[in-house]
Design a protein around this ligand. Structure first.
Ligand SMILES: Nc1nc2c(c(=O)[nH]1)N(C=O)[C@@H](CNc1ccc(C(=O)N[C@@H](CCC(=O)O)C(=O)O)cc1)CN2
Ligand SMILES: Nc1ncnc2c1ncn2[C@@H]1O[C@H](COP(=O)(O)OP(=O)(O)OP(=O)(O)O)[C@@H](O)[C@H]1O
Length: 180
């Protein structure tokens, strides 16, 4: 979709220009995360909202973390214990090494990357379509991480495969979306 590509370009530039490093440990105090056993996260890179502190805290609080690894057109999920030597860089993104989880367990919370989230919880991602394909196969509460100001009151262009998240986090705000 051409609109999406243009928007992505603009939003990436805005993200670069307005970048302020911040932490998302506020996500830890949501009831969904407090009660969670298994959490799917990712390792942030570049100007993305940082998951580094959040991932560390999730593991420290005894939760099981799984991370994505791109395999052709889809994401494989791999357990990660917080050991940085078990991450390797591929196209700028740190991905876990190790065995692919062949049958996904019930996942309680999915932390999702996004460039923008609209008022209904629809997201614009990096454009690979990886999360659009992965999310329908994953149970759990879905929360996207964005920078302050990246939750927009506009409606983003939507395609039939787009999946809305349940909530969005900025460093100082958690927004919940009504699903209907
Ligand atoms: N930190 C993080 N991990 C993540 C994602 C993400 O958005 N953030 N993903 C969210 O989906 C998946 C990977 N998404 C990707 C999306 C696009 C390309 C891609 O198009 N790469 C280009 C080069 C990109 C560039 O340098 O401009 C290529 O393959 O040629 C790669 C991975 C899984 N892991
Ligand atoms: N469920 C799906 N089945 C098949 N193709 C899909 C699916 N979801 C997305 N795609 C394709 O993937 C490409 C990127 O989709 P889209 O622009 O929605 O990505 P995105 O949501 O921004 O990225 P991501 O999910 O990786 O963060 C598009 O060409 C789209 O048609």
């Amino acid at each position: 979709m051409k609109d999406k590509a243009h928007m992505r370009e603009r939003y990436r530039r805005e993200r670069r220009e307005a970048f302020i490093p911040a932490v998302y440990t506020n996500v830890l105090s949501t009831p969904e995360v407090m009660q969670a056993t298994i959490v799917a996260s990712y390792v942030s890179y570049g100007h993305e909202p940082s998951t580094v502190e959040l991932n560390r805290a999730l593991i420290k609080s005894g939760k099981t973390l799984i991370l994505p690894r791109v395999n052709k057109d889809h994401i494989d999920w791999i357990f990660w214990d917080g050991d940085e030597s078990k991450l390797i860089e591929k196209k700028n993104i740190l991905e876990p090494v190790g065995e692919v989880i062949s049958v996904l367990p019930a996942i309680d919370v999915v932390i999702v990357p996004a460039l923008r989230i609209d008022r209904d919880g629809y997201r614009l991602g990096q454009g690979g379509g990886y999360y659009d394909r992965a999310l329908p196969t994953m149970s759990g509460w879905k929360i996207a991480l964005v920078h302050s100001g990246e939750v927009t009151s506009e409606v983003l262009p939507r395609e039939s495969h787009d999946i809305a998240v349940d909530a969005a986090a900025t460093p100082d705000l958690i927004v919940r979306f009504n699903k209907n």
